[in-house]
Design a protein. Structure first.
Length: 91
């Protein structure tokens, strides 16, 4: 679910940063995948040093890996349900 209050806070924080740094030079940087704070270009994985962000990123990566595995399993079952009867008729 999208937390509207958090989105509004992020937008206000980002616009205030842009307004304050519009006259200055901005250093090249990346943004944290979770909280969108600026981080170094060399940061890998792309999360800040906050423990909550690190935990959430590892949980999200684990969920993505599981989803990918389940997608291939269901795709295989779906393909076998169409190809299996054709192969069995040929035998």
């Amino acid at each position: 679910m999208v937390d509207a209050k958090r989105v509004k806070e992020n937008i206000q924080r980002m616009t205030s940063k842009v307004a304050s740094t519009a006259t200055g030079k901005i250093q090249p940087h990346k943004h944290c995948r979770v909280c969108f704070r600026p981080i170094k270009l060399s940061a890998e994985p792309r999360v800040c040093s906050d423990q909550a962000c690190t935990d959430r990123n590892s949980r999200d990566e684990r969920n993505q890996k599981q989803m990918r595995i389940w997608m291939f399993v269901f795709l295989g079952l779906f393909a076998f349900s169409f190809i299996g009867p054709i192969v069995l008729r040929m035998i």
